[in-house]
Write a protein that binds this ligand. Sequence first.
Ligand SMILES: [Zn+2]
Length: 132
Amino acid sequence: MTPTALVAAARDCRTNAHVPYSKFRAGASVHTDRDEIVPGVIVENVSLGLAMCAERVALFSTVALGARPLALALVAPRTGKDLTWPCGACLQVALELGGPDMPIYASSIREDAPISESTVGELLPKGPFVHR
Ligand SMILES: [Zn+2]
């Protein structure tokens, strides 16, 4: 699975995001250990605390399918001027399920936007993790 294909899947599913309040249309995708792509989108709610990030939707769906994540991609509008990376909560879930070496790809919403790469461990260096 190439980063380009994984990011394209995250970009494509953004159209399904439920963002009536923020209009922050984010999409994510997971490459699983079954060589599948699992999409996720941000889902907002009028009770704002119930919103869920696209990355956790994709990661939780991966678990529901009985698979494990090998890589995670996020495509979202920029936050201020900066590329948007997964939030701390999503990184903690990614650390639990994929470990510190799991690649994270981020790109902005333009089709031709470059892809940036990091790892869970680089983005959440002190996150609690139990090796299993
Ligand atoms: Zn998040």
